[in-house]
Structure formats: structure tokens, C-alpha cells
Design a protein around this ligand. Sequence first.
Ligand code: NAD
Length: 337
Amino acid sequence: MKMHCSLGERSYDIVLERGCLLDISEYLDCNRRYFIISDTGVPKEIIMSIRTQLKDANVFLVAEGETSKCMETYQMCLKMMLQKKYTRNDCVIALGGGVVGDLAGFVASSYMRGIDFINIPTTTLAQIDSSIGGKVAIDMDGIKNCVGAFWQPKLVLIDPNVLKTLPRRHFYNGLVEALKAGLIGDETLFEIFEKEDYLDYLDEILQRSLEIKRNVVEADEKETGLRKILNFGHTIGHGIESAAHFHDYYHGECVGLGMLAILEDKDIKQRVKRVLEKMHCPVQHHLDPKEIYKYIANDKKADGKSITIVQVSKIGEALLIEKSIDELERNCHEENI
Ligand code: NAD
């Protein structure tokens, strides 16, 4: 199926189709010049199958993992593109998970003042969430995504078949973003996760999650209001991720912990906890809350004293609430995740 993200001249198609990567000429111009950014953990077969379908493409492999979302790797990508004489008419392809997508998107947003960008996500997290919406960034000084841009892709190609090789922990980690999407905007999606055979609904999970994000992005591309609801669980989640130095927990796992920490409705919290346990995701962390809040206070969504957080009091509906940093700290201590 094909979805469309309507953003005026920045509009693009999102193709969600099993097997769509077997013949990409249907969706993009294979005669263009491409710079493919991928990482060392993406199976070679996937990279080669894309590379061989393109007439002129270089593949640049970065080390797998969050640490590649950094200034050094970003610079390496730009230098290689300059060395290989890429021009403004060429195109960057991100082939991998959210790390590669965020990095490659930021490279595309800034090379020669911005060139075309195509995202081919290969993890559940990227297929569910990060490949659409145009947020691209790298981390700096231990702070997540603090240097970046809004840069929409020209096309997103999603083939759920590539998820077969994804390690189990990464697979479930990505599903947490879909659980979040259900909580903020689609009760039916949330209820799918409560079914025993929820994995049989993977394609529907992907589609419903993408639709929620697409709708929100269309309404508020630059996150001046509504789009903030996509950050449900992320304020504390990013704090956990930073306090653990991007090491002990994956991004989605942190979002799961962040949702548990912020949820005030006991029933919803229990239901979320049960689903997270079923997905083998952590429901408790081992970090010092003080460390977490140090990073929350640095969050770019905080103005120093207060921060906008997202609350869910009814499944499928999200509210934006202003909270002081101190209140947030107390609240989370009390909740004792
Ligand atoms: P990731 O990109 O690190 O990928 C996880 C691992 O899976 C990596 O080791 C990778 O090499 C490997 N891999 C990728 N595809 C594979 C495949 N098909 N088979 C086997 N292994 C494969 O992690 P992620 O969870 O995809 O993304 C996390 C990142 O996404 C974080 O940096 C987070 O901040 C970012 N993110 C961005 C947005 C956004 O809107 N831009 C939204 C959510 C998360």
C-alpha cells in the first residue's frame, strides 16, 4: 500500500509493501547518483540488493549503534561526499535503522545547503516511526538529538520482510513506538498489543502507527503544538537514555520506561506494563533518578524551569501538560518505576 504525506512542496509517498525492495525501479529513478549511508550491522545482502539495482551509488558504512550519531561520523560522511564529487542534484539514501536515518537525513539536510533524501528503514523502530516526519539529528555532549534539522525525505520505502534478520531485542524495542502510537491516538492499535497473537498483526501495526504519525506531522510539521504528543514517554525516556550513556537500554525500551514513569492512570499503567513485559522490554531501570533529571533539565523542550509533557488519561487520547522540572522529578520518584 502507498500512503501520502501531504506537506506542500515537501510532500512524499510512504510505500509499505512486502517485497517492495526487490524492484525499487518502480519507486525511484535508478539512473540517478546516490550516496547510500548504512551501518555495519545491516545485513550485507540487504545493502547489496539495493546497491546493485542502482546505476551509480557509493555505499558508506558507519559503525552500528547510537555512537555513530555524532559530529565525527557526520563529518566523515560529508567529506566522503565531497571527495566523491556529489552535487546538489544527487541523493542520499539512508539504509538502516533510526541511527542511520537520523544521521543520513542530517547529512542530506546540510550537504550543499540540502539535497534529496530517501529513507529505506530496516528496523521496526524506523519502519514504525523514525523514517517519516523529517526530524533528523545527531547527539552531542551526551545530549540526544541536540543538533539537527527538519528535513523531509522524498520517499520512504518500507519492506517488512527485511525485519526477519533483526535481533529479537531490537525487534521488540521498535514495537514500543507503535504501542506509544496506540496510546496517544488509536485505541484499536493498543488493543492489538493485548492480544496473544499480536505479532500476526505486524503489517497492521506498522500501517496504523505510520498513519498516526503521518496525520500528526501533516497537522504540525515543525512541532509548534500537536506534534509534541509524539513525544509521549520521551522526556523521561531521553533522560534515561542519556543517564545510561546510550549503553544499557535501547531507545524504544527507554520510551517504554518513560511512559510508565509519566502515566498517572493506574489501570492504563498496568495494561502498558503487561504489554511491555510480554514484549520482553524492561519495566524497571537501575539508574539514579537524579542523573536522569540532570538530563531532563537540559532537554531542548524545557525552558529552564518547566517542560511540556504528554499525558494519557484515556487510551487513544493525548494531552499536553506544562510541568515544572521539580514537579516532574517528584512525580517520577513517587511513581517509582
Ligand atoms: P539502530 O539504527 O541502532 O538499529 C538497531 C540495530 O539493528 C543496529 O545494530 C543495526 O545495524 C541493526 N540492523 C538494522 N537493520 C537490520 C536488519 N534488517 N537485520 C539485522 N540487523 C539490522 O536502532 P533503531 O532502534 O532502529 O533506531 C534508534 C534511533 O532512532 C535512536 O537514535 C533514536 O533517537 C532515533 N529515533 C528517531 C526518530 C525520528 O523521528 N527521527 C524517532 C524515534 C527514534
